[in-house]
Design a protein around this ligand. Sequence first.
Ligand code: GDP
Length: 445
Amino acid sequence: MASALTEKLSRLVKEMRGQARITESNVQDMLREVRMALLEADVALPVVRDFIARVKEKALGQEVVGSLTPGQALVGIIHKELAATMGAGVSDINLAAQPPAVILMAGLQGAGKTTTTAKLAKLLIDKRKKKVLTVSGDVYRPAAIEQLKTVTKQAGAEWFPSTPDQKPLDIARAALDYAKKHYFDVLLVDTAGRLAIDEALMREIQELHAALNPVETLFVVDAMQGQDAVNTARAFKEALPLTGIVLTKMDGDSRGGAALSVRTVTGAPIKFAGVSEKIDGLEVFDAERHAGRILGMGDIVALVEQVTAGVDMAQAQKLAAKVKSGEGFDLEDFLEQIRQMKKMGGLSSLMDKLPTQMAAKASETDLSRAEKDIRRKEGIICSMTPQERRKPEIIKATRKRRIAAGAGVHVQEVNRLLKEFEQMQAMMKKMKGGGLMKMMKKLGG
Ligand code: GDP
């Protein structure tokens, strides 16, 4: 699924090459694909329509900058808009309240409320050094209370006992009272879920909300729920002033379109993503990354940005001019190139951002070997004198031995580097001034 979209988009990107701006006609096909992708990712139809209209408005008539093609520029716009819709930046949990800060967990049964309650407890203990109490108001399922007890223990938090014969409101009040007396920083309240929206359930959680005055009311929703998530979200939004969303089961194979729908319907920020059944499987939600996932194309846009941002354009141009003017490409320039590669964040970080099917081509070991290789080369050139770097031809046996010793490598490795440099020099001459950017493109392709 994901790869199909990636392929379609890259084909369209290719077709749009050579056009200088984004126009009504060249944008049409691309948006059609994106629309399909969003629907396939289970984003609700009205949300999709709205989104496509916004992208179109932003894109039309836009000049295409630098080395990007209109297709690439459009992918960038789509990606950005997707991330912005899901909430730019990171929204952290709010604990700004007279302690204990109460966090109310809401959602359907099976959404992952109990699991998330414990995960959140652990996160607040480990990362924020908080003293955390949990309590379950799910009096309809005795197993749910026991489950919270077990996972709370795993999280290293304290659990406040409750029994099925109590009223949820009484339990919550008692827990709050206990938390105050024992100086807890945070009280996490797990609530009863139903299999579907139910009025009595909504009333109950509204009462809990009124009595507890929580600083956070988190709506927990299963990312695999797809289209249904919209109706659930709408019902909870009407019943409660939601302050945040937790999307669970993001490790599943859904493309996570629920994120876009739920965010649009509730207007609340997505704060966390559940990524495993384990107690530490909760991550702060990253809208940028998730936008890539929905489009099924990895972080390809971030990749484009990283490549262009990491490269020092002034340096690259100087280099290009040098080659053009026939001044020659020396080891100083070679070193500069190696450093540019490093600035780009290392090869494996670049590979991380590529869609999986592309990244799969280069194995992990290949990458770490390549990175080590870059560092060793840098070491060798750094052991040379400036004169040697400018005039590599003076490097004969004695100098080679000295350089090898300085860099802590064998002489053969110095030889190999010099050979590689010569090949690169020859190539640079052939390219006559295309320089670094051309090379980068070669590396990228
Ligand atoms: P509740 O009824 O809303 O309290 O839901 P639970 O916390 O009992 O979770 C229901 C099921 O989903 C359990 O089997 C959990 O282990 C599982 N679950 C919850 N969150 C995640 C998640 O992020 N990833 C995965 N893979 N499973 C999850």
